[in-house]
Design a protein around this ligand. Structure first.
Ligand code: NAD
Ligand code: IPM
Ligand code: MN
Length: 355
């Protein structure tokens, strides 16, 4: 029997609530497999920082490295909580994990769910949305290369320099082409190369160069502002989108908004070289406005757990979770899930899996 060591970081707000449901579903999904999941919980996040002053220590980071994968909820304080300076948890903990564990591919699939109504015209079961955003995860404007000079004066200068390396861009573009080849063979590079001419040029040339190794994949280029139009007017045109860290962040909040909600959006922060564990996390945050009420939608966390199983090589178990989620969402579309708690929704997925 194969045992996978899973680090669990529930985090803040609704994070622990949705991760608890993901674990229930994982256990039900692997029950029939020859593999076992062994969980180790790590207390990290804004609440942990408030009580210990620690975001992510070297020791914790090293302990996390020993795991096969990380199941992550969400971290971050209520923006109104003035005790927690904006960015400290996000930068030192969440980005600290993504950067230190070299999560170069931030994989964010978006699809129509049967029975879940898209707010867009022209999107129905006959014309579903199904694309994946391959968001660069360790560079770009997120790299932390910047500074603030003459703070508090009228001559203040804030810089935030986008870092794009040939190595970093190339590996993400290659990953995106590989995914496109396994899907509908269409890749769209989204950038802003009409204004960000230095990095835009590197991304565009790299994509053209990598494309030569994937002659069966059609590729095109789109400016990010135009991409927001197309994502609303004709999202069915996308198959695989490859893009920079910040553009990808914004597009992957828009993407679930067009399919039926942030509560359904899953993601994987993937180390493509296998040098450290990948991390699976809902796209949403800690949602302080609904935390502690047991009303958060656990679906995004559950689907992220399915991505984790797929990553660990248990693709059949992953598919069973997806199928269970799809059929349960379809039922709720007609019967309504309103009034069901987070935990009752998790139980319903488990019942589908076991039934
Ligand atoms: P958010 O995603 O937490 O919430 C945005 C809106 O979506 C809120 O109205 C919230 O109630 C709703 N929502 C989110 N997840 C939901 C779910 N599962 N079910 C139902 N509704 C859901 O974004 P925010 O308010 O901008 O950020 C709150 C905190 O989370 C901040 O500290 C932010 O930095 C952090 N954050 C963390 C992550 C992460 O850990 N990966 C991601 C985004 C934001
Ligand atoms: C996300 C979040 C994070 C990001 C923040 C909280 C650092 O918005 O996972 O999309 O910008 O990547
Ligand atoms: Mn985001």
């Amino acid at each position: 029997e194969n045992t996978f060591e899973i680090a669990v970081i529930g985090g803040d707000g609704i994070g622990p609530e949705v991760v608890a449901e993901a674990r229930k579903v994982l256990d039900a999904a692997v029950a029939g497999e020859s593999a076992r999941l062994n969980y180790t919980e790590y207390s990290l996040g804004a609440a942990h920082w408030l009580s210990t002053g620690e975001t992510l220590t070297e020791e914790t980071l090293n302990a996390l490295r020993e795991h096969d994968a990380i199941l992550f909820g969400a971290v971050g304080a209520d923006p109104l909580d003035t005790r927690v300076p904006s960015g400290i948890i996000e930068r030192e903990l969440l980005l600290g994990l993504r950067f230190n564990l070299d999560h170069c591919v931030n994989l964010r699939p978006t699809r129509s769910f049967p029975g879940v109504t898209s707010p867009l015209r022209g999107v129905d079961d006959e014309h579903p949305i199904d694309f994946v955003v391959v968001r660069e995860g360790t560079e770009g404007p997120y790299a932390g290369n910047g500074g603030l000079l003459r703070r508090g004066t009228t001559a203040e200068i804030a810089t935030e320099v986008s870092v794009n390396t040939a190595y970093g861009v190339r590996r993400v573009v290659e990953d995106a082409f590989t995914r496109a080849q396994a899907r509908d063979k269409h890749l769209t590079l989204v950038h802003k190369n009409n204004v960000l001419t230095y990095s835009g040029d590197l991304w565009t040339r790299t994509t053209a160069a990598v494309a030569e190794s994937f002659p069966d994949v059609r590729w095109d280029y789109m400016h990010v502002d135009a991409a927001t139009i197309h994502m609303v007017n004709n999202p069915q045109r996308f198959d695989v989108i490859v893009t920079d860290n910040l553009f990808g962040d914004i597009l992957t909040d828009l993407a679930p908004a067009i399919t039926g909600g942030i509560g359904l959006a899953s993601s994987g922060s993937i180390n493509t070289s296998g040098t450290a564990p990948s991390m699976f996390e809902p796209v949403h945050g800690s949602a302080p406005d609904i935390a502690g009420k047991q009303i958060a939608d656990p679906t995004a966390a559950v689907l992220s757990a399915a991505l984790m199983l797929d990553h660990l090589g248990m693709s059949e178990a992953a598919e069973r979770i997806e199928a269970a989620v799809l059929s349960q969402l379809t039922e709720w579309a007609t019967e309504g899930a309103a009034g069901l708690s987070t935990s009752q929704r998790g139980d319903a997925f488990v019942a589908r899996l076991s039934g």
